[in-house]
Write a protein that binds this ligand. Structure first.
Ligand code: TRP
Length: 362
C-alpha cells in the first residue's frame, strides 16, 4: 500500500519550538526519508475558525506565518504538498456525511475537545462547528488516504475518533476509506514541551513561548530567564531535574555531539543531570549550554525565514499550487465515498435503467 502522510496546524499564531520538537522537525525527517509516496501538510484555517469565528482576520494573517515557518524548517514544496484547508471544499462535504456516523455523546467524550472547551470557557455556548471539529479532522485525514498522521500526543483522541469513523464507514458502505495511524514524537519531552515558565502549555497569552522566528537575543533572554528548580538556591545545593524546564528542553534538543562542542567536561546529558542532582552545578552554566544548543538549531531556520520573507507572493504561490493538487486528491476520494454511499445518481446507470424499467412495466 502507498504510504501517505497528512498533518497540519491551525493558523492562530507563529509556530513555536513546541511545534518544532513535537512535529515540524519530524515532518522534515519523514519528508527526506524517501519512505513516503505523498506528504500533505495542511494549514487548518477552517478548523481555526471553529473557535475564532469572530476573528477571521487573525486566521487570515497567520496563514503566511505558518507557511513561512514550514518552509524555513525545511519543508520543501518539491517533496511535500502544502495547502490551505478552506480551499479544498471536498473536506467540508465529507464531514457532512461522516457526521451521520458519530454520536453526540461520543464527541462529548473526546478528551481533547473536553479540555479545550474548559480552556475556552465555552460552558453552554459551544459552537457546533467547534464541537464537531474531530469529524472534520477525520475528513482531512481520509480525504488524502493518509496512512500516517504525525502529531503531538494531544491529538491522539482525534486520530482514535477518525479510526472509528473509518471503521464505521467501511462496515456500513463497504471498504472505501484507508485506516490511518498516528505517529507521535520519540520522547515525552518532545511531546509536551512546557513553556519557559514551567507551565504545562506554551501559549501566546502567557508569554512563555520561544518562537521559531525569535531573534538570537530574544531566544537567549528567554533561555536565561527560564524556570528551573525553585529549591536549587545555591550552586552547591542538590537540584531536581524532574519538572525542571531547562532539562526538559535539553532532553528535546541536545545530542551527545553538543557536549564535545560546547561543554566538554561532560560526555552526555546523563552525566550533566547526575552532577546537577548531586549538587555543585549552577543553573547559569546549564542555561548557557542550552542556549548554545538551541541557537545552533534555530539559526539556520531563522536565516531561511529572512530569505523567504523577501518574496511573500512566491510563498502564496506555493500554497495555491498545493491547494489545487490537494483538491484533486480529495475530489477523487469524495467521488469514491459518494459511490460507496450510492449517492452518485447520475453515474449510476443501473439505478436509472432499473427504475425506467419498473415504470415502463407499471
Ligand atoms: N488539530 C490540529 C492542531 O490543533 C490541526 C489539524 C487539523 C490536523 N486537521 C488535522 C492535524 C488533521 C493532523 C491531521 O494543530
Amino acid at each position: 500500500m502507498r504510504q501517505i502522510i497528512l498533518t497540519g496546524d491551525r493558523p492562530t499564531g507563529r509556530l513555536h519550538i513546541g511545534h518544532y520538537v513535537g512535529s515540524l522537525r519530524r515532518r522534515v525527517e519523514l519528508q527526506n526519508s524517501g519512505v513516503y509516496d505523498k506528504i500533505f501538510i495542511m494549514i487548518a484555517d477552517a478548523q481555526a475558525l471553529t473557535d475564532n469565528a469572530d476573528n477571521p482576520e487573525k486566521v487570515r494573517q497567520n496563514i503566511i506565518e505558518v507557511a513561512l515557518d514550514y518552509l524555513s524548517c525545511g519543508l520543501d514544496p518539491e517533496k511535500s504538498i502544502m495547502f490551505i484547508q478552506s480551499q479544498v471544499p471536498e473536506l467540508t462535504e465529507l464531514s457532512f456525511y461522516y457526521m451521520n456516523l458519530v454520536t453526540v455523546s461520543r464527541l462529548q467524550r473526546n478528551p481533547t475537545v473536553k479540555t479545550e472547551i474548559q480552556m475556552r470557557n465555552f460552558e453552554a455556548s459551544i459552537p457546533v462547528g467547534f464541537f464537531t471539529y474531530p469529524i472534520s479532522q477525520a475528513s482531512d485525514i481520509t480525504a488524502f488516504k493518509a496512512t500516517t498522521v504525525p502529531v503531538g500526543d494531544d491529538q491522539l483522541p482525534m486520530i482514535e475518533q477518525c479510526r472509528e469513523i473509518v471503521h464505521k464507514f467501511n462496515s456500513v458502505y463497504g471498504e472505501t476509506l484507508v485506516m490511518p495511524k498516528a505517529l507521535i514524537p520519540e520522547n515525552e519531552s518532545c511531546s509536551r514541551l512546557p513553556g519557559t515558565d514551567g507551565k504545562a502549555k506554551m501559549s501566546k497569552s502567557l508569554g512563555n513561548c520561544i518562537y521559531l522566528s525569535d531573534s538570537e537575543e530574544e531566544v537567549q533572554k528567554k533561555v536565561m530567564s527560564m524556570f528551573t528548580d525553585p529549591d536549587h538556591l545555591k550552586v552547591s545545593d542538590p537540584g531536581k531535574i524532574e519538572g525542571n524546564t531547562v532539562f526538559i528542553y535539553l532532553d528535546a534538543f541536545c545530542r551527545d555531539e553538543h557536549f564535545a562542542k560546547y561543554l566538554p567536561d561532560y560526555k552526555n546529558l546523563d552525566e550533566l543531570k547526575a552532577h546537577y542532582q548531586r549538587g555543585g552545578l549552577g543553573d547559569v552554566k546549564v542555561k548557557r549550554f542550552l542556549n548554545a544548543v538551541m541557537q545552533e538549531e534555530l539559526a539556520p531556520i531563522r536565516a531561511r525565514r529572512k530569505e523567504l520573507e523577501k518574496d511573500i507572493p512566491a510563498v502564496y504561490e506555493i500554497l495555491r499550487k498545493g491547494s489545487i493538487e490537494a483538491e484533486r486528491t480529495a475530489a477523487q476520494t469524495l467521488s469514491e465515498v459518494k459511490q460507496a454511499m450510492k449517492i452518485n445518481y447520475f453515474d449510476d446507470m443501473e439505478l436509472i435503467q432499473e427504475q425506467a424499467k419498473r415504470y415502463s412495466e407499471g
